[in-house]
Design a protein. Structure first.
Length: 297
């Protein structure tokens, strides 16, 4: 792996071009927005400043609503409220819950752990403002895809002893270990949408040093999972991140944590962005919905 944390090479492309491309194309194959799930902006306070969020609230769900906090994917470098707006909106509609989408700060402008700290603050804000926002703080789950799965796992570890505990976590094609590459990196290095060189590009932009990769906030697979809330892992079969997802599920189970580990063999990595046009992605999206209907409502 090429390591250059201060001036990463642009072998995947300039950062802003990648962000613009994802914002333009990330929702082309998604489900349409629902008129029955209005979207409103909300801001939480964070250690680095305001944290912009969007609240997807099904009509009529004004009090004591179950809540899903969603962290978008994009390698901690790209992705936004825009790229995952349709996915969050459809989750709210299909699950029957409020979804709070978090627009955490991205690298390389904001390297590790700034984005994670935003997400911890957003979780705290949801719990602290639950009464005002009409949320049921006893029914709060968390989910995210790729880097968002990384964040979800890290927040679940960091907040496992919170006054108001998290009810459930769903880690979707999660990135869980930045300290090494597993065999699935070699098996699916090219040709499956997310490629090995792209993962290295994200890592170089996100981390400050090799030492950061050993921090459980960056690599939750290295963290203490005893006592975290129950989890589901939805893993794509053709994904460089496949093996670390399976390993995390095994670690959770070994620690006595209830873990539902699902490897969907015919899926590639970023399936949350194209369930509206790709049947296999739609089936994977439906599994996420079904898991949360059972474990959140």
């Amino acid at each position: 792996m090429v390591k250059n944390y201060t001036d990463p090479p642009d072998y995947v492309g300039p950062v802003q071009e990648r962000r613009d491309d994802y914002e333009e194309k990330g929702h082309w194959l998604a489900y349409p927005l629902s008129p029955d799930v209005p979207i409103t902006p909300h801001v939480f306070d964070g250690p680095a400043g305001p944290i912009n969020c969007e609240i997807h609230r099904p009509k009529g769900m004004d009090k004591n609503a179950p809540v899903l906090i969603y962290y978008h994917g994009g390698g901690h470098v790209i992705g936004s409220l825009v790229t995952h707006r349709e996915a969050c909106n459809r989750l709210a509609l299909d699950i029957g819950c409020v979804v709070v989408a978090v627009d955490y700060r991205l690298a390389p402008e904001h390297k590790f752990p700034i984005g994670i700290n935003d997400c911890l603050a957003a979780f705290d804000g949801v719990m602290e403002q639950a009464d005002t926002l009409g949320f049921d703080r006893t029914r709060v789950a968390m989910a995210g895809d790729s880097a968002g799965g990384n964040i979800s796992a890290a927040v679940a570890q960091q907040r496992k002893n919170a006054e108001h505990p998290l009810r459930y976590q769903v880690l979707i094609v999660p990135w869980l270990d930045m300290s090494k590459q597993t065999r699935s990196y070699e098996l699916f290095a090219e040709g499956f949408l997310l490629e090995k060189v792209e993962m290295e590009w994200y890592t170089n932009h996100y981390l400050r040093s090799d030492e950061d990769a050993l921090d459980p906030m960056a690599s939750p697979l290295l963290g203490d999972v005893e006592g975290v809330c129950p989890a589901a892992l939805v893993i794509a079969g053709f994904d460089p991140l496949r093996d670390e997802g399976v390993a995390y599920g095994e670690k959770l189970k070994a620690a006595g944590v209830e873990a539902d580990v699902r490897v969907i063999e015919d899926l590639v990595h970023p399936f949350m962005n194209f369930p509206g046009r790709v049947p296999a992605a739609g089936a994977g999206f439906q599994q996420v919905v079904d898991i949360l209907r059972v474990n959140l409502l």
